[in-house]
Design a binder for this molecule. Structure first.
Ligand code: DC
Length: 225
């Protein structure tokens, strides 16, 4: 029996990972966070002190990267880089820009695409990212485009970072988020956009619980749960 896939795309800070992870737990699917994969490549470029916008510096590194994805008992996705667990480290704010910049390099995207497709071939997945419904899994059983206004997304990220002890100013977070949105939407390969057959879910006026219920309602209707 073929496996089922749910693709969730959208801009940074729309709540994709939190909602997708919870959805996956609820329906017993594997949650695949593709942003974490790009972040791991970004971190590797940073660690090697290469310029992440220069494809001539980044592409040769792809042969050297040893990246592994592993799932803990609780479904938490761990990323390993050269044997080291970098799950926490890739979340740092500085890695976000690296990830966004390396993700605009076509060779980086094609290097990572098989890894993502293989996971969907072997498991029922909820996969989140920027191009899942458009490029990685164009035949996904359900596609959702999750978004919210830039201010709301920046506010959520600000609060999230605050809880982790960071005191980055709100203005800086908003500015970086808008910059990343623009880069992700305007790159020539696999730009962030809503697939034609994706269901749009705007969570600007919803809290986390309401967002989850709205997402779950779409899934329930689609799969007749
Ligand atoms: O979802 P995230 O913030 O962890 O993603 C980090 C960056 O990786 C994001 O700015 C763009 C890139 N990315 C991508 O290009 N394609 C994906 N499927 C997932 C992430």
């Amino acid at each position: 029996m073929p496996f089922l896939s749910i693709a969730i795309d959208g801009p940074a800070g729309a709540g994709k990972s939190t909602l997708a992870r919870r959805l996956a737990q609820e329906i017993d699917f594997l949650y695949v966070d593709t942003g974490a994969i790009y972040r791991t490549v970004g971190l590797f470029v940073e660690k090697n002190r290469k310029n992440c916008v220069d494809s001539n510096e980044v592409i040769p590194l792809l042969d050297k990267i040893q990246m592994r994805i592993a799932y803990a008992e609780d479904g938490l996705q761990h990323m390993y880089l050269q044997g080291e667990d970098v799950t926490e480290e890739i979340r740092h704010n500085r890695v976000s820009q690296y990830a966004s910049q390396v993700s605009a390099i076509p060779e980086v995207r094609s290097f990572l695409i098989d890894m993502q497709r293989t996971l969907a071939k072997e498991h029922n997945v909820v996969m989140d990212g920027r191009d899942i419904g458009t490029i990685v899994l164009p035949k996904a059983d359900l596609k959702i485009f999750l978004t919210a206004s830039a201010e709301k997304r920046a506010k959520r990220r600000y609060q999230e970072l605050l809880q982790k002890g960071s005191n980055l100013p709100f203005e800086q977070i908003l500015e970086e988020l808008i910059r990343r949105d623009e880069a992700d939407m305007n790159r020539s390969v696999a730009p962030l956009r809503q697939a034609e057959d994706a269901v749009l879910l705007d969570t600007s006026d919803l809290d986390l619980e309401e967002s989850f219920l709205a997402l779950y309602a779409i899934v329930k209707e689609k799969f007749d749960l």
